[in-house]
Design a protein around this ligand. Structure first.
Ligand SMILES: NC(=O)C1=CN([C@@H]2O[C@H](COP(=O)(O)OP(=O)(O)OC[C@H]3O[C@@H](n4cnc5c(N)ncnc54)[C@H](OP(=O)(O)O)[C@@H]3O)[C@@H](O)[C@H]2O)C=CC1
Ligand SMILES: Nc1nc2c(ncn2[C@@H]2O[C@H](COP(=O)(O)O)[C@@H](O)[C@H]2O)c(=O)[nH]1
Length: 327
């Protein structure tokens, strides 16, 4: 297997077949709905909250609500569906989460999307949860993860997952790689390719995306959707706490397995960083769309699938040439 990460790859252009980048269609059908771009903000407490989920759903973007205020989830599903919006929530695998699925079924509420959100998703308990959800809420589009191997993808797909999420430890606030020695950190793009070749259902690339070009690269190597945390942290609408340091405004971005999230020092596998506050998330999403349209035009295509077959070169760690700043 070839080992590489996002920064090691450059895609090779093909003859352009559109007159304007605006002709390029970046939409993606994912589950029962079609979204404007193949991007979803990470289901983390510093990245998504209810007002942002409503805005994303109203504007045809995919969202996945986090699972860290479990008592609000049932009301959230009802509220979204009462507004005519889709509901997309996360669950864990502890006993109370199995009960929560039963509560949803008893209330006759089926979220359009559910995500089993566990650090090490290739496990019997996740298989059990997939079967539990599919038995009680068969109409939900079920995403399961996270995994980092083809075996993990196949086992969760065979258990009934409708999509799998790939990425163990490549995240910006992840310390799994340091604390345990395991994961796809440093070779996430190659792991994505390895997993996507084995997949028979959609794949979400999760973690390690640092530039908009990395979204195009993810699609090239098999992703149907990209989950992104750090690039979204620091926006006006993202809920991380704003803090001032040396006269500058920052927003907190912390891992879901950090001591800040867990209120505990046991099994900590995440950290907190400060991200300079930027503008509106809608502007960033628009810029992502335009950059993807441009990427597809370089690929010689008209839509995202135009990216799938482009050639590439491996240019180990040399793309940025020491020049990482955009402005
Ligand atoms: N994508 C990634 O690389 C990672 C993501 N995260 C994020 O952090 C959050 C917390 O994740 P998680 O700790 O799984 O959730 P939970 O704290 O809900 O734990 C999930 C369950 O799995 C058990 N478990 C067994 N082995 C492991 C293992 N190696 N890692 C974690 N749990 C294990 C836990 O028991 P016990 O706690 O007793 O062991 C617990 O019962 C999630 O949002 C997850 O996405 C965390 C780490 C890596
Ligand atoms: N190892 C850990 N991974 C985590 C934690 N909290 C979240 N995550 C993962 O990171 C991505 C976001 O990655 P980014 O590179 O875009 O910032 C997120 O979707 C999770 O899969 C954690 O505490 N530890």
């Amino acid at each position: 297997m070839q080992i590489f990460d996002y920064e090691d790859i450059q895609l090779i252009p093909n003859k352009c077949i559109v007159k304007s980048r605006s002709e390029v269609d970046t939409s993606i059908k994912f589950g029962p709905r079609t979204f404007k771009i193949p991007v979803v903000p990470a289901n983390m407490q510093t990245i998504i909250d209810e007002p942002l989920a409503i805005w994303l759903a109203e504007n045809d973007y995919f969202y996945i609500m986090h699972r860290f205020t479990p008592e609000t989830r049932l009301g959230f599903v009802r509220d979204m569906q009462d507004r005519g919006l889709y509901a997309s929530i996360s669950v864990g695998v502890k006993p109370e989460e199995f009960q929560f699925v039963e509560d949803l079924a008893a209330a006759k509420l089926t979220p359009e999307y559910m995500t089993i959100d566990i650090a090490h998703g290739h496990s019997d308990i996740v298989v059990e949860m997939i079967k539990h959800i599919k038995r009680l809420l068969p109409g939900t589009f079920l995403i399961a993860g996270n995994v980092g191997t083809p075996e993990g993808v196949r086992e969760l797909e065979n258990a009934g997952a409708d999509a799998t999420k790939v990425g163990i430890g490549p995240g910006k606030v992840c310390i799994t790689k340091i604390k345990t020695g395991f994961g796809t950190g440093g070779w996430q793009l190659a792991a994505l390719r390895w997993c996507a070749k084995a997949a028979s259902k959609p794949i979400i690339a999760d973690g390690g995306i640092r530039t908009h070009g990395d979204i195009a690269k993810s699609v090239r190597f098999g992703a149907d959707m990209c989950m992104i945390g750090s690039l979204f942290a620091g926006h006006e609408e993202t809920p991380g706490k704003k803090v001032k340091k040396d006269g500058k405004l920052y927003q907190e971005y912390y891992g879901s397995a950090s001591a800040y999230q867990k209120n505990s020092h046991h099994n900590v596998e995440g950290k907190k960083i400060l991200i300079p506050v930027k503008g509106k998330i809608g502007d960033t999403l628009n810029e992502m769309k335009e950059d993807l349209q441009s990427a597809v035009s370089y690929a010689g295509g008209r839509n995202l699938m135009g990216l799938r077959k482009v050639d590439y070169v491996i240019v180990k760690n040399s793309i940025f040439n020491g020049d990482q700043e955009l402005y």
